[in-house]
Design a protein around this ligand. Structure first.
Ligand code: HDD
Length: 703
């Protein structure tokens, strides 16, 4: 990634321009102002309602009681109809250099200008209280508070969508959401209605391939990409348009969980991704993403074998490279989940001069839907006045009144007027106003899908053929899991039939797993193209181990020197190393010295860590020398999930207990052995540099 060229001081916790604006809306410090009513009257007592006699009836007169309960009764607002579960953070964005050659957007001109942002990550299917690590698309929505107004880039972590025309969105979401009669399943796509829809609507196939891949179970919001999905348009100062696809690339690389682990995480820590984001920002490990653009001249609109207006298609990066244009850093957690993360209102039509739409029918539907949904969700038309939604650019409209109006407008509210001095004037300062890009349109009014939208298989096949062997296996396993939960055999068969149009081997492997006949090879399914950029193997990020969580399993008698020698090396590289013991507090090291414990083993599990290390302990004959059940389970789970596992000294017994055929472990003292991410050494005292290096490399390789 290119380095920052910005000259602004990095806005640390608190005081960038958006935060200064938010300061005007923060509630008083309760440490300074004692409890009051909503009217500011101090309250003497809030534990007992006012009654006639100690055991008598409650009195209507108790205004504090009534206000307290009434407000409580009204605390909930409708959750988002999709993307209800999410987590947000503030940060800033700056361009690496001026993008004037293709857009006039002010926030993309000057590297010294840091534009504040708010980002909300989300899952799609589940309600607000659902688990994070479900198989689902992740939302990646960014609000840029630019000097020319708010620009919302409302994207996902997949570059393609399930449908081509927004009129199908209610159908798709009804099929995806829990079934209407029993509201099952929560946060999952493995059910009949979704797959019934998929089997009858083959335009879903490409996005479904992404959904069945490990892309749908990200390790962290900090380790997943974002895509604007649609082809948008950039417009330069001379009014020249260029088609664009937006990409966010995470600095830490794109990494995923494995399915078994993701499922266990749902119980062990349903807030897994949300917590990870929060803790990283609190620890000063600010998530970073590079904004990239794929630019296509307007003259090349028809140069592709798919339609640029079809949101089920991506532009292969090998065909049009992603050009890095800027960086986003998330450096501040919100103060209040409801006020900020819940009330943030994204809208694809929040756009600024220099960026424009295309006729993508999915995008056009979104331009209506987001405003409409906020009106219901946030209770009226004044939601743009909520602090998190407020632009930094001055707002001057003729819109008036309505629920929750907080502005005190003065003067007239119609254009044209003479009584208000003709204000506000239209057009803004010279050339600053948004002007819709003038595109020529002609045609008859029809309800029809363009013939150029008809190919549903070639890019699904492109994704499949670009996957590595293990990615392919995970995709097959995911299809088997999902279809295995579908009751209707006819639906299973139809999905397999559609997959046959993608690749016969894929369809056969899925068919075998779900007990339906494999169809004969489809002669028309000849797609064999590959785009290496689509494989997770080619998204390693900066190769660092920053923020990777390493569990060190300790107990009384542990060789503390070994723990220190490993922890120091990994922590110096930015890893988060935690000592886990059968009990909290301290344990006694081998030399009798107390050793601090970070967490009790009872409160955590292997799935919450990226790697595990078992240091040596007491001599081999001591009763506590054999790893106990909890340690063995921890190590076995990590190994099963393909995570780096290391052990030294007598801790190697935990690796021997894996009884993994062919796994090479250190045999004698003085030799560090690394085999498939399993690192061992039979030393006493500090471990060798080879040992820590091998462990760190295995961690950097993710799995
Ligand atoms: Fe959407 C929310 C992303 C298609 C209608 N969408 C929503 C959010 C994201 C996306 C990230 C959550 C925003 C937040 O955090 O508040 N949606 C997408 C992407 C799409 C897409 C990348 C395809 C390229 N969406 C789409 C269509 C429609 C909608 C076709 C309707 C025609 N989306 C909505 C919505 C939501 C929403 C109903 C629910 C809550 C909200 O808007 O604020 O209006």
């Amino acid at each position: 990634m290119s380095e920052a060229k910005g000259t602004d001081a990095t806005p640390m916790h608190g005081k960038d321009r958006k935060q200064r604006q938010n300061d005007d809306f923060r509630a008083v410090d309760p440490a300074e102002v004692p409890l009051t009513t909503d009217q500011g009257t101090a309250v003497d007592h809030t534990d007992d309602a006012l009654t006639a006699g100690e055991r008598g009836p409650t009195l209507m007169e108790d205004f504090h009681f009534r206000e307290k309960l009434t407000h409580f009764d009204h605390e909930r607002i409708p959750e988002r109809v999709v993307h209800a579960r999410g987590a947000g953070a503030y940060g800033y964005f700056y361009p690496y250099e001026s993008c004037a050659s293709f857009t006039r957007a002010a926030f993309l001109q000057d590297p010294s200008v840091h534009t504040p942002v708010f980002v909300r990550f989300s899952t799609v299917q589940g309600p607000r209280g659902s688990a994070d690590t479900v198989r689902d698309v992740r939302g990646f929505a960014t609000k840029f508070y630019t000097s020319e107004g708010n620009f919302d880039l409302v994207g996902n972590n997949f570059p393609v969508f399930f449908i081509q025309d927004g009129i199908k969105f209610p159908d798709f979401v009804h099929a995806l959401k829990p079934e209407p009669h029993n509201e099952i399943p929560t946060g999952a796509s493995a059910h009949d209605t979704l797959w019934d829809f998929v089997s009858l609507q083959p335009e879903t196939l490409h996005a479904v391939m992404w959904l069945m891949s490990d892309r749908a179970i990200p390790r962290s919001y900090r380790m997943m990409p974002g895509f604007g999905v649609h082809t948008f348009r950039l417009v330069d100062a001379d009014g020249r348009g260029t088609f664009v696809k937006f990409h966010w690339t995470p600095r830490l690389g794109t990494h995923s969980l494995v399915w078994d682990e993701a499922q266990e995480c749902q119980g062990r820590d349903p807030d897994f991704n949300r917590r990870d984001l929060w803790e990283a920002i609190e620890a000063g490990e600010y998530p970073e993403y590079e904004l990239g653009v794929q630019l296509v001249p307007e003259t090349d609109e028809f140069a592709f074998d798919f339609d640029l207006l079809d949101a089920t298609k991506l532009i292969p990066e090998e065909r049009v490279p992603v050009r890095p244009v800027g960086r986003m850093v998330l450096d501040r957690n919100p103060d209040n989940f409801f006020a900020e993360t819940e009330q943030v209102a994204f809208h694809t039509a929040n756009i600024v001069p220099g960026i424009d739409f295309t006729d993508d029918p999915l995008l056009q539907a979104r331009l209506f839907s987001y405003l409409d949904t906020q009106l219901l969700r946030l209770g009226g038309s004044n939601f743009a006045q909520l602090p998190v939604n407020r632009p930094l650019a001055p707002v001057s409209t003729d819109q008036r009144d309505g629920f929750h109006q907080t502005a005190i407008h003065r003067g007239t509210s119609y254009t044209k007027n003479s009584l208000g001095g003709g204000c506000p004037a239209v057009g803004g300062p010279e050339g600053a106003a948004f002007a819709h890009h003038a595109t020529r349109v002609d045609g008859a009014k029809v309800r029809a899908r363009s013939a150029s939208f008809r190919d549903h298989h070639s890019q699904a096949a492109l994704f499949w053929h670009s996957a590595s062997a293990w990615e392919k296996q995970h995709i097959v396993d995911a299809f088997r899991f999902e279809l295995g939960k579908v009751g209707a055999v006819s639906v299973r068969e139809r999905v397999v039939g559609e997959l046959n149009g993608v690749d016969h081997a894929l369809a056969s492997a899925v068919a075998t797993g779900v007990g339906v006949p494999a169809p004969p090879a489809d002669e028309a399914a000849t797609h064999k193209q590959v785009s290496p950029a689509l494989s997770l193997e080619n998204a390693p990020g900066d190769g660092s181990i920053r923020t990777r969580k390493v569990a060190v399993l300790v107990d009384d008698g542990v060789d503390a020197e070994q723990v220190v020698s490993v922890r120091d090396v990994l922590a110096a590289q930015g890893a988060v190393v935690e000592a886990l013991a059968p009990r909290d507090g301290t344990i006694a090291g081998r030399d009798g010295e107390p050793q601090a414990v970070d967490r009790s083993l009872m409160t955590v599990a292997s799935v919450l860590y990226d790697a595990v290390y078992v240091p040596g302990g007491p001599g081999p004959d001591a009763p506590s020398a054999q790893p106990n059940g909890a340690v063995l389970r921890f190590v076995r789970d990590a190994y099963r999930h393909g995570k780096p596992v290391a052990a030294s000294g007598s801790g190697v017994a935990a690796l021997e207990a894996l009884e993994a055929p062919g796994l090479r472990l250190a045999e004698g003292p003085g030799e560090a052995v690394a085999d498939h991410g399993v690192v061992s050494e039979r030393t006493e005292g500090p471990v060798s540099g080879d040992f820590t290096r091998a462990f760190s490399e295995a961690l950097a390789a993710h799995r």
